[in-house]
Design a protein around this ligand. Structure first.
Ligand code: HEC
Length: 126
């Protein structure tokens, strides 16, 4: 098989594993996401290590907290304010509709690349 064809097939296989269900594919740049997480002050509520904050009781955003979330799920949470099942997040979680879809995917890529922080945070919405 010519090398080019092998490369194309490999790339397609990788794509298929990224998009899940009916969620659109979301491939962000984790380094750009790190900057956006800083400029949007996510850590103020989600904790310095993003592993959840006892005071604000905002949930753990590391892979140990967002178990089973795809990058598209995270981007949708930021734009629409919904959880993985589509239920509304409480109002204290800001909606980030002013960010572009690419920026939300950059943030998602960064969160998925974080070292998991094993911390349970009690339900944050009273
Ligand atoms: C003002 C405080 C605050 C800020 C700032 C904030 N969040 Fe949140 N976030 C929350 C709270 C509180 C929840 C829990 C909402 C709920 O359970 O309904 C939440 C929930 C989430 C969830 C869903 C997690 C889950 O387990 O359901 C994601 C994803 C998320 N935030 C990402 C972010 C990102 C990324 C940023 C920065 C761009 C950010 N948040 C900024 C307070 C905040």
């Amino acid at each position: 098989m010519p090398l080019v064809l092998v490369l194309v097939l490999t790339a397609c296989a990788a794509d298929a594993s990224i998009s899940r269900g009916d969620a659109p594919a979301c491939r962000g740049d984790a380094a750009l996401g790190a900057t956006l997480v800083g400029s949007n002050a996510c850590a103020t509520c989600h904790g310095r290590d993003l592993g959840g904050n006892g005071a604000a009781r905002a949930p753990n955003l590391t892979p140990a907290g967002l178990v089973g979330w795809s990058e598209a799920d995270i981007a949708r949470a930021l734009s629409l304010g919904v959880n993985r099942e589509g239920g509304a997040l409480c109002a204290s979680m800001p909606r980030y509709a002013r960010l572009s879809e690419r920026e939300r995917c950059d943030i998602a890529a960064y969160l998925r690349a974080l070292a998991p922080v094993a911390r349970q945070v009690a339900d944050s919405c009273d």
